[in-house]
Design a binder for this molecule. Structure first.
Ligand code: SAH
Length: 455
């Protein structure tokens, strides 16, 4: 019997979904974060649950050749980069393995061609969105940074190598403003204090930026001083939008519902694949812009559009995949649940002179059954759901519409495997899967697969 507190030396054989290394101790599987394949490590077990043990490294006995050092001083403390201790090529290998293993384990698929992971054009400073929680550090000083692994303990940061330097500089300017105006900082337990988070979004294609301060208050002190401090930061970006996001709800979402524009406009614009996209703070936008083009181009090439097809794009966000597809199809319909995103999508079609794309506000699980009932029969359906995957009602409606091809873009291999299995038990075949590295240095895996109707 293994018990918490036990020390042992084990070898890491593989990397599991979620990024932990996997080894064995007395026949029992042990998960150990921040390890690499082939590494011998001394660990201390901290938990034993449901037939597996969980340990932390106390010493690296024989480092793996895949290990690299010094990516970030906060590695291990900050919950962000759980693969940054690995060489980049190894991260790509691991992600392919995770997709292949998950398709087999959860989907029951064997003999599926899982292509090499598409490497990201940049493996650091790629994030176009940064969200820094604000709070007090251990000495009561106002600070901002990231949450520690699996907790809401604030890890202060002066710079993060995942995002553009500009984001870190705006964080520093925000802390300056907070100190100068004696603005209080939000405390999750007491739910008191004003400033909650700094949210930064960058449009690489236009060099436009949006800076949002979320606050547990309808007003902030001297908003003009906040604007002045943000605009004074020298960066390559032009700040087009500074927003106070009123976030008085006790939940833990990204943003509260209400925006007050303090400077400029409520949206910024980006260029992707030659198309211009207007983006609201509440709209989803892929966080790795250059890799997004690769991801969409992969999805589009799997769809094999010839100009004749009707296309349905479920979970369409601001209409990115829809508009990429509209250039190669007869007609596209996008469906999305966030009202601001649908508004962006409609504006984006118009702005790009695209007249063969329409957008419907609503959930995929409500709209798709309605479309099926009305007799819609799209040739190709794209789905790109959030991590929890598709609701069965959405999948059943797709089956009823009977498209030739379903292109599934997923940020969670487990729900991808589950949903693909559902579809493949009902008349479709999984043709191939391509992991695309949208999130270098983290264990997050994006993949796109083609499901083709059996004849
Ligand atoms: N394809 C888009 C968005 C993908 S992210 C892109 O590449 O940018 C997933 C999107 O699904 C988000 O915009 C989210 O708001 C939306 N969404 C979440 N749940 C939904 C549901 N039940 N029905 C429809 N859209 C949903």
């Amino acid at each position: 019997m293994i018990q918490a507190g036990e020390k042992a030396v084990i070898t890491i054989d593989a990397i599991a979904t979620g990024g932990d290394g996997v080894g064995r101790l007395n026949g029992m599987v042990v998960f150990v974060p921040h390890t690499c394949r082939g590494e011998r490590v001394e660990i201390e077990v901290f938990k034993v649950k449901s037939g597996c043990a969980y340990g932390n490294i106390t010493k690296i006995i024989e480092p793996s050749p895949y290990r690299r050092a010094d990516f970030c001083a906060s590695l291990g403390a900050c919950g962000g980069c759980d693969l940054a201790h690995m060489e980049y090529a190894e991260q790509l290998f691991v992600k392919r393995q995770i997709v292949a293993d998950t398709l087999t384990r959860i989907g029951g698929f064997t003999n599926i061609a899982v292509n090499e992971t598409l490497p990201a054009p940049r493996s650091e400073r790629y994030r176009n969105k940064m969200v820094f929680p604000l709070g007090q550090d251990e000495n009561g000083k106002s600070s901002g940074g990231f949450f520690a692994t699996k907790s809401h303990k604030l890890i202060p940061l002066t710079d993060c190598r995942q995002g553009d330097r500009a984001a870190s500089l705006w964080l520093a300017a925000t802390l300056d403003y907070i100190n100068e105006t004696h603005t209080t900082l939000y405390d999750e337990n007491s739910r008191r204090g004003a400033a909650r988070r700094l949210f930064v979004r960058l449009a690489e294609g236009t060099k436009e930026a949006m800076v949002v301060l979320t606050a547990n208050a309808k007003k902030i002190k001297q908003p003009e001083l906040f604007v002045e401090k943000i605009l004074a930061v020298p960066t390559d970006y032009t700040v087009k939008s500074i927003i106070l996001n009123v976030y008085t709800e006790p939940n833990n979402l990204l943003l509260g519902t209400k925006n007050k524009v303090l400077y400029g406009t409520e949206t910024i614009e980006d260029i992707l694949g030659g198309l211009r996209f207007s983006i609201s703070p509440h709209s989803f936008y892929q966080i790795n812009a250059p890799q997004t083009e690769n991801l969409y181009n992969t999805a589009l090439s799997l769809a094999g559009l010839t100009g004749q097809e009707t296309v349905l794009d479920l979970y369409c966000g601001i209409g990115t995949i829809s508009l990429f597809a509209a250039r190669k199809a007869a007609k596209v319909l996008g469906v999305e649940i966030v009202p601001q995103a649908i508004q962006n999508a409609k504006e984006n079609a118009a702005r790009n002179g695209i007249t063969n794309a329409e957008f419907i506000l609503g959930s995929a699980e409500e709209i798709a059954p309605r479309l099926a009932k009305e007799g819609n029969t799209p040739d190709v359906v794209f789905v790109d759901p959030p991590r929890k995957g598709c609701e069965e009602a959405a999948l059943s409606a797709i089956l009823q519409m009977n498209p030739k091809k379903i292109v599934y873009v997923s940020c969670n291999p487990a729900t991808l495997a589950r949903d693909a299995k559902f579809l493949c038990q009902r008349g479709y075949s999984l043709q191939e899967a391509t992991p695309a590295d949208m999130f270098p240095n983290t264990s997050h895996v994006e993949a796109v697969v083609l499901l083709q109707r059996d004849n």
